[in-house]
Write a protein that binds this ligand. Sequence first.
Ligand SMILES: Nc1nc2c(c(=O)[nH]1)N[C@H]1C(S)=C(S)[C@@H](COP(=O)(O)O)O[C@H]1N2
Ligand SMILES: [Mo]
Length: 509
Amino acid sequence: MAILVELLAIAAAVASGHLVAALVAPASSPFVAVGDAVVRLSPQPVVEFAKSAFGTADKPVLLAGIGVLLVLLGALAGLAARRRPAVGTAVVAALGLLAVAAVLTGPVPVATDLAAPVVALVVGVAVQRGLDRLARRHGGTRAGSGDGVPRRTVLAGASAAVAAGTLVAGGAGLALSSSGSGIAASRAALTGRLAAATLAETAPPVPASAAFPQLGTVPFVTPNADFYRIDVALTIPAVRAEDWSLRVHGRVGRELVLTVDDLLRRPLVQRTITMTCVSNTVGGNLVSTADFVGVELAPLLLEAGVDPSADQIVSTSRDGWTAGTPTATVLEPGRGALLALGMNGEALPVEHGFPVRMVVPGLYGYVSATKWLADIELTTFAARSVYWRDRGWAERAPIKTQCRIDAPVGFSKLPAGRVQVAGVAWAQPVGITAVEVRADDGPWVRAELATEVNPNTWRMWRAELDLSPGSHTLTARATDRRGLVQTDVRVDPIPDGATGWPSTIVTVV
Ligand SMILES: Nc1nc2c(c(=O)[nH]1)N[C@H]1C(S)=C(S)[C@@H](COP(=O)(O)O)O[C@H]1N2
Ligand SMILES: [Mo]
């Protein structure tokens, strides 16, 4: 019975906390806040391991792990509480305090964040003490409760009531947090406003000749649902466009505070941009292309009056994640850095930063592409470090010239003769001027390049190779507009991006 009391108390605490959080501040849900804290405090290799072992399932895996730990801890505490009742209460209280601490040490703690863990603490302790007292009142005998109702019935009733309350609170909390407190409606409204807006600059339509999907390359523009996703957010920050504002401050002449309405009053530009993650391994798919709509970041910073000493722009997400971008890169004429609101004809999807994110062509995402943007500080690289730099990644990270073989897929069995090879290459912001392919140690064959959309996007390529029967390794290398041929030296993604030639093994029969 003591174990059941303990587990019910913990479940009631988690559920009530989640409900309160869903009502006031989603990221403050005790369960989620503790998960976030685990991610924050995890040593870099552990985070890397989780990312590689579980991919984007790393978050559910972590939350499930915390759930299993809670059940184990509850069971152990229940066992101990049989002899020493105070232990049971103490464990529930300690878990509640842990949730409070997780929220307090979180990225941008505000007073309302405390509501959920405090409610969880109070509910947990109250349920534990209440049920525990009922369970002990008659020392486990079958005696009645005094008013003629058997003690066991009273206890079973109370437990059932707590269990039912837990299910209702938890269910309501989950329903509320997944419906995202008005985010869907806010997003739909912003999609409508972007569709109705007059664009000061439109992106030329992507011609059919820009890709070779019939040969197996990915589509030129990546559908939002397929766009790669990388972030350290356990729960997606829920910010309605109506509630969003951005503060631009630090080494500026005049601080700015901008709302979505302010952004929509500025000239809106549309740009096709290929984004790339520094964690992409050679041949990997953490690279995608979208049509972004947003406002130019450079003129906005100039309006704020950037101090020449401010060599770093630190952008902070609503969830506290930070990126450091070289000011000079953003201010470079023609670079085209954006505060983006739209992606492929819609408002940004919530997982890609709704309502506003940064996009800087030519820089890896971790030094430029802050989602759920909340704050921009003009500062120096010397004065402030940021999230991934603290974890061993480079301070500056321009995208490295790379390519990938999309077809044939690895380990294909192909008929002898001419084989079609196709793939993508990228070298933002200068663009690709050549791709070469070879079989084994044979001569390099120049690939045919698809139409270039703009130098900030990837470029598709295709080639034909004559292959004799047997096993062959196909290798590709790209050349960018600077004349730089992609190096064959293999390095890992950390600290500033992988290098090396992609290759694919095929068998010709
Ligand atoms: N708030 C926030 N923004 C973030 C990140 C993050 O963890 N949190 N990750 C960055 C990284 S590493 C990359 S590669 C891009 C990925 O953007 P996407 O998920 O829209 O593809 O977002 C960047 N912006
Ligand atoms: Mo990334």
